[in-house]
Design a protein around this ligand. Structure first.
Ligand code: IPE
Ligand code: IPE
Ligand code: MG
Length: 245
């Protein structure tokens, strides 16, 4: 089993889990939060340095008001209940996305949690909230354009690194492994820039059923992959060749 430095997860299938159990969709989300709690603990114990969870997309704002409200409520409860765990286990919380769109009380709880955990060093837990990669890219382009217009940045000095540092994920390494649950094989506007060389893993398991065994399976599969970053296999095996990261 290989341990990725950065694991990203598209947590999908809460609604179908609820439907399969003849329960309302919100019950699926509630079970989904329990999975989040156990996966965060497992990743911390495994020594995964960065865990990024897609919790609510820009497009998810378009869901029925009742479901959006329930998700926001669960997010608030999650943050309150996880605070002690994050502090006790050295977990630093970060958020990516247009968090200003979140209801004010949630935004403030988030802000406080990010601040209180800022000194933690064992694992960075990033929640993607009100997140859409196209929106993130547009905001980054706009921020860079403003700096060019202000005369503090030369347009021809913008390279991959400058661009990456203007994204919400600045200072977070690119994901090594992306897991998507529920059998859907798409990216759904998640980390379009950052996933350029990420290993992708799809499982039919619905998020509320995703447990430690499922996580082990994904990590085993990840360990079998050969990441070549555009080079040849021989170059990758060669000891004298540094793999770009
Ligand atoms: C993922 O589960 C959670 C969020 C997108 C907030 P879904 O709610 O998308 O579950 P399905 O895809 O309808 O089963
Ligand atoms: C992706 O799931 C977003 C999250 C997991 C938060 P969706 O259920 O919203 O994605 P689509 O609509 O099936 O692509
Ligand atoms: Mg879904």
């Amino acid at each position: 089993m290989a341990i990725p430095r950065h694991l990203a997860i598209i947590m999908d299938g809460n609604g179908r889990w609820a439907e399969n159990h003849h329960l309302p969709r919100v019950s699926g989300h509630r079970r989904g939060v329990e999975t989040v709690q156990s996966i965060v603990r497992s990743c911390r114990e495994l020594g995964i340095g960065y865990l990024t969870l897609y919790a609510f997309s820009s497009e998810n704002w378009g869901r029925p008001e009742e479901e959006v409200g329930a998700l926001m409520g669960l997010l608030g409860q999650f943050l309150k209940s996880e605070m002690e765990t994050m502090l006790a286990r050295g977990i630093r919380l970060r958020v990516i996305g247009e968090t200003r769109r979140l209801p004010a009380p949630i935004f403030h709880v988030l802000d406080e949690a990010v601040e209180r955990t800022a000194g933690n060093r064992e694992m960075v837990l990033t929640l993607a909230l009100s997140y859409g990669a196209r929106n993130e890219l547009v905001r980054a382009a706009r921020a860079l354009a403003e700096r060019v217009a202000a005369g503090v940045l030369a347009a021809d000095s913008i390279d991959d690194e400058t661009f990456a540092s203007a994204l919400d994920t600045a200072e977070i390494p690119d994901p090594d492994l992306l897991i998507r649950t529920s059998g859907e094989m798409r990216i759904s506007n998640f980390l379009l820039w950052q996933l350029a060389y990420t290993e992708l893993y799809f499982t039919e398991t619905l998020w509320p059923d995703f447990d430690d065994d499922q996580l082990q399976l994904a990590l085993k599969e990840y360990g079998r992959r050969q990441r070549r970053f555009g080079l040849t296999a021989a170059q990758i095996h060669g000891k004298d060749r540094e793999v770009p990261h």
